[in-house]
Design a protein around this ligand. Structure first.
Ligand code: 48H
Ligand code: FE2
Length: 262
């Protein structure tokens, strides 16, 4: 059998390459156009359209994977439902769909996560895993959100007292899902933003989808919501494992941000 010759790489060189090019990325990330918190379906869809429009976009994701609630499907069944016109977005990123009735499609969760994630990266957005956002930066005159505070998820889990780094952005998108973590912290620590959070309502899929898309957008200057964070912040019903509104709210909020930061 022919021997496979593998290039020999010194350990310290491996370290140097990783440190140098990680820091190069972070030097750019600290001054972003848009920070998206959460790599679930709505955050990734927003990132895809923002990056395609040339905005310097970063997603911070607490976990070491992307997809958010996609992976769990419905009670761990590996399918979710999509409805028109969200199928346009699935087609654009190459996710195969089975049309089960007119305008209603079933998709595989693994393919959904993988292809949406790949589309985000190919469009030029950065996805940084293992980072938790736990606060915002604000400015006065005019009062606005101007970025976020980030910490390693692993450091947070350790309980050690370590201060965060700050990342500035023209727009911050809370795509953290049901808990709406970023808008919640802004509402609590910046009462002058006047944000009231009524909380998500019980399930009513038929009306919830349109309501979530319509109500996704600006919550305060510089601060936006998409996906289930919108349901939490606007007091809208949940819809269960149908994902059209997650995708369409991500696209809608991307359009709003592109308009606002132009
Ligand atoms: C960094 C964070 C932080 C943080 C959270 O939950 P997601 O999938 O969010 P959406 O809104 O795009 O999609 C919601 C959908 O999955 C869902 O749950 C539906 C449709 N439910 C209907 C129903 O009736 O239940 O993703 C949010 C992501 C996750 O990956 C989190 O790990 C991440 O955000 N995240 N990342 N810093 N502070 N908080
Ligand atoms: Fe959910």
């Amino acid at each position: 059998m022919e021997q496979i010759r593998i290039k020999q790489v010194d350990e310290k060189k491996i370290s140097q390459y990783i440190i140098k090019y990680t820091m190069e990325d972070w030097m750019s990330i600290v001054d972003s156009d848009v920070v998206i918190v959460g790599a679930g379906p709505s955050g990734m869809t927003a990132a895809y359209y923002l990056a395609k429009a040339g905005k310097k976009t970063v997603i911070f994701e607490r976990r070491l994977s992307f997809g958010g609630g996609i992976g769990g499907g419905a009670m761990n069944f590996h399918k979710v439902v999509i409805e028109t016109p969200a199928n346009e977005i699935m087609e654009e990123v190459g996710v195969k769909m089975k049309e089960v009735e007119e305008g209603v499609f079933v998709v595989d969760t693994a393919e959904f996560m993988a292809k949406l994630g790949a589309a985000v990266v190919d469009a030029g957005a950065k996805i940084i895993h293992g980072v938790t956002v736990d606060d915002v930066i604000f400015r006065e005159d005019p009062l606005r959100v101007a970025g976020v505070a980030v910490e390693w998820t692993s450091t947070q889990m350790s309980g050690l007292h370590v201060d965060p780094l700050f990342i500035s952005a023209k727009a911050v998108l809370d795509a953290t899902g049901h808990d709406s973590e970023i808008i919640s912290v802004a509402a609590r620590k910046l009462p002058e933003l006047n944000i009231q959070i009524p909380g998500e309502k019980s399930a009513y899929s038929e009306i919830a989808e349109e309501l979530v898309v319509m109500n996704s957008g600006k919550v305060a200057e510089g601060l936006y919501s998409s996906g289930m964070a919108t349901a939490e912040v606007r007091g809208l019903p949940r819809m269960g494992p149908i994902f059209g509104a997650m995708l369409l709210s991500g696209r809608k909020v991307a359009e709003d941000i592109i308009h606002d930061i132009r």
